[in-house]
Design a protein around this ligand. Structure first.
Ligand code: MG
Ligand code: ZN
Length: 223
């Protein structure tokens, strides 16, 4: 089998399992969000802030991916919501099978919102459907403002771009307008939020974004 055939086979199998996951999430009415970014853009920090300010009426759960360590789950656990670390043992992305296994080990079956922190990598995670409702790409101002052009396959599949670490903007050469324009050029429908997990600026708007998504989902089911 050629490399291309093999890749095709892997992705087809992944899509099949992701389809089952999607049905499983639909039965629960759960909103599932898949977070993708380079290493160090602040996915775990964002989850910490999100869980800290998470709406009291909703239940959250988290699956967090890492190549080797359990550090992220340890950071997230104190916020009091179920969390399970998925260690990929070398793989540079999460696949649907890992999420399926992670859910079985999560030991919590009731959640309104499931957060999935993918492996820090802007290249391949976006090719693997995890049964999520939306992909969220994080970009921090310490990275290049041209990242949407460098990794279009990720930005084109994302519903929301979160630009993090805006507190550092005065100290770095990140052009906010340029980054926003690049993202919209690659994906005209992408929504964009700016925030800082350090100062908390923009977190309220982000939590509101989640609430709005949950609300729209319930409305769609009711009608
Ligand atoms: Mg992390
Ligand atoms: Zn990969």
């Amino acid at each position: 089998m050629s490399r291309i055939d093999l890749r095709e086979k892997v992705l087809n199998e992944n899509d099949r399992i992701a389809g089952e996951l999607r049905e499983r999430f639909a039965r629960k009415n759960a909103l599932v969000l898949n977070f993708i970014s380079s290493p160090g853009a602040g996915k775990t920090a964002l989850l910490e802030q999100t869980l800290r300010w998470f709406p009291k009426k909703l239940k959250a759960a988290t699956l967090t991916g890492d190549i080797e360590t359990e550090n992220d789950a340890e950071r997230i656990a104190p916020y009091g919501f179920p969390v399970k670390q998925i260690t990929t043992g070398g793989a540079c992305h999460l696949d649907a099978r890992m999420v399926e296994r992670g859910l079985d080990e999560l030991g919590a079956d009731e959640y309104d919102v499931l957060f999935i922190e993918n492996i820090g990598n802007l290249v391949c995670p976006s090719s693997f459907d995890l049964g999520e409702e939306a992909k969220i790409v994080l970009l921090s101002v310490t990275e290049g403002d041209d990242k949407p052009f460098k990794y279009p396959s990720t930005f084109v599949r994302a519903d929301l771009l979160i630009i993090n670490k805006i507190d550092l903007a005065p100290y770095v050469d990140f052009d906010m307008m340029k980054a926003r324009k690049a993202a919209r050029k690659v994906n005209p429908n992408i929504e964009i939020l700016e925030l800082s997990c350090k100062t908390g600026d923009g977190i309220k708007e982000w939590v509101h974004w989640i609430q709005k998504k949950v609300h729209l989902k319930r409305k769609a089911i009711a009608s």
